[in-house]
Design a protein. Structure first.
Length: 169
């Protein structure tokens, strides 16, 4: 399984049309594609963990969503309901985004994903795939919880939110 994670910024002019294009692109390339609000992503490990949990849910037939792209968003958001996941972490009309493509495609797929995003008017910037204390707070992690761990373990607090989706399903 190949996972491409790309940071980008820009505007989505017509969200419904963009989602249709995204689905068609994914189907054509044999990939599940998802775009999410970068302000809710705490690094690549966060996205990779969500992908791994979503793929495992499909393998074990414990998935909540009919499609892998939505299952990825569900896990990445740490939410139990897809509507809550979309409201929390779904892409807005403009700003910074994290795009993820999952599939068994060849080496040149990264370039085709970048080409797709650039054709849609996005500027590629992987520097936005990060996270900070504000990201943690957006996930409902309290100041007390943040202070209870070393800064090097902040990502683990988000990974717990991803993993807990399995428990609350």
């Amino acid at each position: 399984m190949k996972v491409e994670i790309i940071g980008c910024r820009g505007k989505i002019k017509d969200k419904e049309e963009f989602i249709k294009k995204l689905k068609r692109f994914g189907e054509k390339k044999g990939m599940a594609c998802q775009i999410m609000d970068a302000s809710k992503v705490y690094g690549r490990e966060h996205v990779i963990s969500a992908v791994e949990h979503a793929v495992r849910a499909f393998r074990n037939e414990t998935n909540s969503c009919r499609t892998l792209d939505l299952e990825i968003l569900l896990y990445a958001s740490g939410k139990r309901q897809i509507k809550d996941a979309i409201d929390f972490m779904g892409a807005g009309d403009s700003g910074e985004f994290v795009f993820v493509a999952v599939g068994s495609s060849g080496e040149n797929e990264y370039k085709s994903v970048v080409d797709f995003l650039e054709e849609e008017g996005f500027e590629i910037d992987d520097e936005i795939i990060g996270g900070n204390e504000e990201t943690l707070k957006r996930f409902g992690i309290t100041e007390e919880e943040i202070k209870s761990v070393d800064k090097s373990m902040y990502g683990d607090l988000i990974l717990e939110k991803v993993a807990i989706v399995d428990i609350i399903k």
